[in-house]
Design a protein around this ligand. Structure first.
Ligand SMILES: *Cc1c(COP(=O)(O)O)cnc(C)c1O
Length: 367
C-alpha cells in the first residue's frame, strides 16, 4: 500500500505539531547517570496533593468495576457550595484541557475564527485547528494580552476568544477593569473563555472575580483546574462555569464518562482541605520571592508572574542553557514554541528545589 496516511487526516490536524513531552525523570536519571533530578517543568504542585484526596482515591478503588457517575453529582455539589453557583452551570472535564476542546468543538468550526494572544497557552491553537477553525493570533504587549488590539481584531467570523488569566507561560495577569472593558466590547454572540488555571495563586485586589460577571456576560465561560494548586495533575480534573444553556451545549458534546471516578473522588475531597491549599499558596509565594531576589542579584530579567512559575530571559538562545541545566539535574521548560526562544520557564518548587535551580543556573551561566 502506498497511500500517504497523513493525507487522510483533515486539514486542521495536518497543520498541527504533536505536544513534545519530556522523558520520564527515571529514564533521564539513567541516561545522564545522575540521581536526584529536580523537575520544575510542568507547574505541578511540589507539595503533592491533600492527604484527604489520596484517601478518597484509595477508597474509590473498591468501586473500580463500576462506571463513574456521568453527572459528577458529588463533585459538582462540592464546587457549588464553595463558589455559590448552580450545579447546572458546571461542565466537568478530563483536565480543563478537555473542556477547552469541548468549547472549541461546540462553538467553532471550518470558516470561523478563534482568537488568542501571542505567547498564550499552547492548547488554544490545537483546539482551534483540530476543528478546522482559523487561529487568529494577536501580538502581545509586554508579553501580556493586548486587549485593545484583540477587541479591534474581532470580525463577524470570530466565534471564540481564549484568554488565560494568569497566562502560561508568561505569568501575566489582566486586571478587572481592563477585562471588563474588553468584555463590554465583545459582541454577545462571541464566546470568551477565561482560563483561570492559576486562580488560587492570585491575591491581587484588582484580579477579576469573573464568576460575578456571568449574569452580565452570558457569553463568558470560566475554566478552572485541579491540576495546579490542588496538586491533582495526574488525576486529570478540570471544569468550566458558565451560563446554564452553555453548560447544556457542552454537555451534549462531552463524552458521558470523560472524567474517571478517582479524579472526581480526589477532587471532591481536595476541596475540603482548605489548609493544604493555603500551604501550597504560601510556599509558592515564598519561592517566588526567593527566586526573583536571586535572579535580580544575578542580573537576569524575568516576566513578573502571578502563577506558580517564572519565565526568565536568558539573554541568549536558551536551548543550550536548558541542556546544561539538565546535566545538572534540573529540568525546566524551554518556551521557544511560544515564540520566546531566549526564555526558560521554571516552576516554583520546594525551597530546596528552588535553591538547586539557582545554584545550577549560577554554575552553567557563570553569573
Ligand atoms: C496547566 C494549565 C491548564 C490546566 O490544564 P489541565 O488540563 O487542567 O491539567 C489550563 N490552562 C493553562 C493556561 C494552564 O497553564
Amino acid at each position: 500500500m502506498s497511500c500517504d496516511l497523513t493525507l487522510l487526516a483533515n486539514k486542521g490536524i495536518r497543520s498541527l505539531h504533536p505536544y513534545q513531552p519530556g522523558k520520564p525523570v527515571s529514564e533521564l536519571e539513567r541516561e545522564l547517570g545522575i540521581s536526584n533530578i529536580v523537575k520544575l517543568a510542568s507547574n505541578e504542585n511540589p507539595l503533592g496533593c491533600s492527604h484527604l484526596a489520596i484517601e478518597a482515591m484509595q477508597a474509590e478503588m473498591n468501586e473500580i468495576a463500576r462506571y463513574p457517575d456521568a453527572n459528577g453529582y458529588y463533585l459538582k455539589e462540592a464546587i457549588c457550595k464553595k463558589l455559590a453557583i448552580n450545579m447546572d452551570q458546571i461542565t466537568l472535564g478530563n483536565g480543563s484541557n478537555d473542556v477547552l476542546n469541548l468549547i472549541a468543538r461546540t462553538f467553532a468550526g471550518p470558516g470561523s475564527e478563534v482568537m488568542f494572544s501571542q505567547h498564550a497557552f499552547v492548547v488554544y491553537p490545537i483546539a482551534a485547528k483540530a476543528v478546522e477553525a482559523d487561529a487568529v493570533v494577536v501580538p502581545a504587549k509586554n508579553y501580556a494580552h493586548d486587549l485593545e488590539a484583540m477587541g479591534d481584531a474581532i470580525t463577524d467570523k470570530t466565534r471564540l476568544i481564549f484568554i488565560a488569566n494568569p497566562n502560561n507561560p508568561t505569568g501575566t495577569c489582566e486586571t478587572a477593569d481592563s477585562l471588563r472593558a474588553f468584555m463590554q466590547r465583545v459582541p454577545e454572540d462571541v464566546i470568551v473563555v477565561m482560563d483561570e488555571a492559576y486562580y488560587e495563586y492570585v491575591d491581587d485586589a484588582d484580579y477579576p472575580q469573573t464568576i460575578n460577571w456571568l449574569k452580565q456576560f452570558s457569553n463568558m465561560i470560566i475554566t478552572r483546574t485541579f491540576s495546579k494548586a490542588y496538586g491533582l495533575a495526574g488525576a486529570r480534573m478540570g471544569y468550566s462555569i458558565s451560563h446554564e444553556e452553555i453548560a447544556g451545549l457542552l454537555n451534549r458534546v462531552r463524552e458521558p464518562f470523560n472524567v474517571n471516578s478517582f479524579a472526581m473522588a480526589g477532587a471532591t475531597a481536595a476541596l475540603k482541605d482548605v489548609d493544604f491549599l493555603k500551604q501550597a499558596v504560601s510556599l509558592n509565594r515564598r519561592g517566588m520571592d526567593y527566586l526573583t531576589k536571586e535572579l535580580d542579584d544575578m542580573g537576569f530579567a524575568y516576566i513578573p508572574s502571578k502563577g506558580n512559575f517564572l519565565t526568565v530571559d536568558m539573554n541568549t538562545d536558551a536551548a543550550a542553557i536548558y541542556e546544561k541545566l539538565l546535566h545538572q539535574g534540573v529540568i525546566v521548560r524551554p518556551v521557544a514554541n511560544y515564540e520566546m526562544p531566549n526564555h526558560l520557564r521554571v516552576s516554583i518548587g520546594l525551597m530546596e528545589e528552588n535553591q538547586r535551580f539557582i545554584s545550577a543556573l549560577q554554575k552553567v551561566t557563570g553569573r
